[in-house]
Design a protein around this ligand. Structure first.
Ligand code: UT7
Length: 329
């Protein structure tokens, strides 16, 4: 008998869509008053990927979706739903998920987007896991994708060095044995909206937006950092216990890749050594809702996260929003 509760749903395929263009810290040194030393020591980021002009968020979602479906050996017509987490979609409407639906030919799927900033993938997965538990869906495509470089202020060194673009997708189905999502939790607290937000395209812009209507991202990094460390630990403890496990049972911590120092603090508080923490922030920066599926994908491809192993994931983002899950692969 394996440890922990029995899962409801299981991830059977993973895929990613990653822009080719690399923006290194050295490139950023030429754009704003910053240094590779500052960015590396404060964040852990060495480079990030950025989308080209003319490309769309859905281009990368479609790529990630096709790869995840191929690994899962699932025909797009079998999908009951496509749930896409993004705050940087193709258009204000329709939802970016419908462009994915059309491109992959998932005619039987209902498609909708979820907006929960960097926690979006966990929120979308929570939706999907709940639909499967309720018997309302059998196979669901869940995508996290963000092209935040399209909304950063390239003159603001405090934020423009942090973000990168990517998409990650998973196919979820009903669990049949002890493999799958053992526990999942999400949460929000609207008291802290002033610490991380973007204006420019919403109705709020009519009273306080940027003059030229651009949708810039604003963050009080210091304050967000403080809250992130506290909430990530609290959520990690919650989902580990919900899974019927102890922190010492966890094989891998695969958290939201926002800042190596935040990740180290979380690992320390959970008593997990850094050898059990998967990091790819140095290659991609903070890819927001794409960060967890992208990290899971690479951890699997690199042969680190093995079948039967237990992964703990925690995320935190603007809103505030947060989430966590324990998965047995
Ligand atoms: O994914 C959603 C959740 N987001 C996060 O979790 C991000 C949380 N926050 C952070 O990761 C960190 O707060 C940052 C990486 C954003 C900033 O690191 P920090 O150690 O909190 O730096 P700081 O904001 O306190 O700034 C320290 C100094 C300041 O200069 P003074 O006032 O001490 O002279 C900044 O002006 O560093 C300066 N600074 C920079 N210097 C060089 C800020 N950005 C830069 C930069 N290059 N890019």
């Amino acid at each position: 008998m394996s440890k922990g509760v029995m899962p409801v749903s299981r991830i059977i395929g993973l895929g990613v869509g990653i822009p080719e263009t690399v923006l290194s810290n050295a490139d950023l040194e030429k754009m704003v008053d910053t240094s590779d030393e500052w960015i590396t020591s404060r964040t852990g980021i060495k480079e990030r990927r950025i989308m080209k002009k003319g490309e769309r968020t859905s281009d990368y979602c479609i790529k990630a979706a096709r790869e995840a479906l191929a690994e899962a050996n699932v025909d797009p017509l079998e999908l009951d739903a496509i749930i896409l987490a993004t705050i940087s979609g193709d258009m204000r409407f329709p939802a970016t998920s419908v462009f994915v639906q059309e491109a992959i030919g998932a005619k039987n799927a209902a498609a909708w987007d979820v907006s929960a900033t960097c926690s979006g993938f966990l929120f979308a997965l929570y939706n999907a896991d709940t639909l499967i538990q309720a018997g309302r869906a059998k196979k669901i495509l869940v995508i996290g994708s963000e092209m935040l470089t399209s909304m950063v202020n390239w003159d603001d060194r405090a934020t423009c060095v942090l973000f990168g673009d990517a998409a990650g997708a998973v196919v979820l189905t009903k669990a049949e044995d002890d493999r799958g999502i053992l526990s999942i939790a999400i949460g929000s607290n609207g008291s802290y909206v002033d610490l991380l937000y973007s204006i420019g395209i919403g109705t709020a812009s009519r009273t306080g937006g940027t003059e030229n209507g651009e949708a810039f991202l604003f963050m009080n990094g210091n304050e967000v950092f403080r809250h992130a460390v506290r909430m990530l630990e609290r959520t990690a403890v919650e989902v580990v216990h919900k899974a019927g496990l102890q922190p010492s049972d966890i094989d891998w911590l695969i958290p939201h890749q926002a800042n190596t120092r935040i990740i180290k603090a979380t690992a320390e508080r959970m008593g997990l050594p850094m050898e059990q923490v998967f990091l790819n922030i140095h290659k991609y920066g903070n890819t927001s809702s794409a960060s967890v599926p992208l990290a899971m994908y690479e951890a699997r491809k690199e042969g680190k996260l093995k079948d039967g192993q237990l992964m703990l994931s925690v995320v935190f983002g603007g809103g505030f929003t947060w989430g966590g899950m324990v998965v047995r692969f």
